[in-house]
Design a protein around this ligand. Sequence first.
Ligand SMILES: *Cc1c(COP(=O)(O)O)cnc(C)c1O
Length: 345
Amino acid sequence: MKSVLFSIKQVEFPGRLNLAHLPTPLQPLDRISELYSYPYGGPRIWVKRDDLTESAMSGNKLRKLEFVVAEALKQGCDTLITCGGIQSNHCRTTALVGARYGLKVHLLLRGEPVTQADGNLLLDRLAGAEVTFHSPAEFARDLNSLFNFWSDEYRKRGFKPFCIPTGASDGLGLWGYLSASQELMADCRTRGIELDHIVCATGSGGTQAGLTLGCHLQGLGVKVTGYAVCDNAAYFQSKVREDVRHWSKLTGNPVDTQSLQVNVNADYIGPGYAKAEPPIYKMIEEVASLEGILLDPIYTGKAFYGLIQELHKGHYKGSNNLVFVHSGGQFALFPYRQNFSFQRG
Ligand SMILES: *Cc1c(COP(=O)(O)O)cnc(C)c1O
């Protein structure tokens, strides 16, 4: 795709790999809307199926990695180093994309060493990624040193490493959801949908940053809200702007980040990142049985649960159409299997 986005004339579209099956489907959730939205004056709910970007590489990270890994290849790098939680979808996608291009992949995983690999970690191993485990304290203390240590290590061994930040969320990865926002607007135009709101789960901020900047640049007045799964609203307020500033610097395209409308709902994080209470699992069961769609307990299940609560409160009253961006994560259902009601006995 060589086209220049929107009216950003001076922007050189960066390199991009062609891995995701695009456009992903946009489909209505009519049973969910009947039950949880219309009774409260809410919109018709649609889902943008970014859980279908690929099969093993599925989810939102693939859109960002198309740009980030293209840059790594352009620089002649042969090793990708990145980080995430034990069940990181980003790490799993990086491991598979690396395998696809014959690159070495090293994953820095946050948590205690796991002997029996399950879910995403099983797929990291299948893809042949190197994995090291690091305590949450070590991660919090100095993630940069960890990246530097392993980069030096690979250089010493004669490799050329490329570091990818958490969730591939930076000014380069931002292109993934900047172009997704354009794709979504085209979906809506084709279907005659007048879009009011876009909702997504937000974890490292890059999906929200791309969608927010995309809607801002297209000037259509579509409101983007990120439902946080970790950290707090202030963190995402600044992280989204930081990614946009980085994009702006990389492309030489000025954006007034203070005037950017960044909407964060941080009321549904629950006990913390990758920890969910029974109502989230119940929501996942309900969406699977009503619509045939798999949400996950770390990201999309929490965000969707939050959305349903806000619909109930009348927060989206009077709007016509809302798109929930399904960012993937289905492989994490398996290691969390014991939390479903039918498993608890
Ligand atoms: C990473 C991830 C998110 C969050 O996206 P960010 O761009 O990191 O904020 C949402 N859903 C799933 C399934 C993810 O893997």
